[in-house]
Design a protein around this ligand. Structure first.
Ligand code: GUN
Length: 295
């Protein structure tokens, strides 16, 4: 038997259509146009590509957006003073500082400088803390997208054993906290396995749902899975491949060929989790513009 493919492009497209419709209602009823500010420091090519894709999505939604491209020599104080200006700008409801930052700038200090009500990445300590204690908050986009992929593909995690591989602040830890919530579409029993674990398979063979977010190409194989489980692959890894014109190809953290023979449903790479991140970013921006999360 081979697994059903969970189509991230299609699910992300539905969410974007919902956000676009709600944006039109917000404009008509309250004369509010969601506004998002992007800040990139330096000229990391991957960051440029990501931000262009995010700007394009904002345009499609009918949002207002501004982008500040700052030189790599920008000081931490200059960056924080720009953030403070955007914090005070009422036409901007979201502020996204693209990571990574040059090493002379503290990511923690920069994230803390953002007004938590405009923190559409969900990285500010206030939002992290509110998520952990079950208060409404802006949630990190990639893990929020994983939850949507599960619920919208008919694989509701309620009451299931979910094993999350990876404990990053961007994916593993917030995903575990999202799926732990005593709420519809969550309420799962969650295990986090990480590089401190001696043997991933000891955990993954017991999982109803496995989410791989470890940044290791094709590390999770079919032999490590329980028959009929659901597999979500957050990884995006470039591996050399001389048969392609670019000389590389993209693979996830899951060995798709062996995993799809054991799983009942699986996400592809590309076209799985990737498109969800931007869909959740525009949804967070809409939520920030609606202004109802924090009472
Ligand atoms: N760099 C890689 N992923 C992300 C993300 O989700 N948000 C931001 N701000 N930067 C990133």
């Amino acid at each position: 038997m081979s697994a059903a493919i969970i189509d991230g492009r299609k699910i992300a497209g539905s969410i974007r259509a919902e956000v676009k419709a709600a944006t039109e209602i917000l404009r008509t009823n309250r004369n509010i146009i969601p506004g998002l500010a992007f800040i990139i420091v330096g000229d990391d090519p991957a960051s440029q590509v990501y931000v262009r894709a995010k700007e394009k999505a904002c345009n499609e939604m009918g949002f207002h957006s501004v982008t500040e491209r700052l030189p790599a020599t920008t000081t931490e104080a200059e960056l924080i003073s720009l953030i403070k200006r955007f914090n005070a700008e009422s036409t901007l409801h979201g502020i996204l500082v693209q990571l990574p930052l040059p090493t002379h700038i503290s990511e923690h200090k920069v994230i803390e400088a953002i007004d938590y009500r405009k923190d559409v990445d969900g990285f500010h300590p206030v939002n992290v803390g509110r998520l952990v204690i079950g208060q409404p908050s802006l949630r990190p986009c990639t893990p929020a997208g994983v939850q949507e992929l599960l619920t919208r593909s008919g694989n509701d995690p309620t009451g299931k054993h979910v094993v999350v591989l990876g404990r990053s602040n961007i994916v593993g830890k917030p995903l575990a906290n999202i799926l732990l919530q005593k709420q519809p579409g969550a309420n799962a029993v969650v295990t986090i396995a990480h590089t401190g674990a001696k043997d991933f398979a000891a955990y993954t063979t017991k999982a109803d749902i496995v989410v791989a977010a470890i940044g290791k190409p094709e590390a999770l194989t079919g032999a490590m899975l329980k028959e009929g489980c659901v597999v979500i692959d957050v990884g995006i890894n470039r591996i050399p491949d001389l048969t392609t014109t670019s000389g590389y190809r993209l693979v996830g953290d899951v060995d798709f060929q062996s995993a799809e023979k054991i799983a009942s449903a699986i996400t592809p790479v590309p076209g799985g989790v990737g498109p969800m991140t931007i869909a959740m970013l525009v949804r967070n921006t809409l939520l920030a513009a609606e202004g109802t999360l924090y009472g």
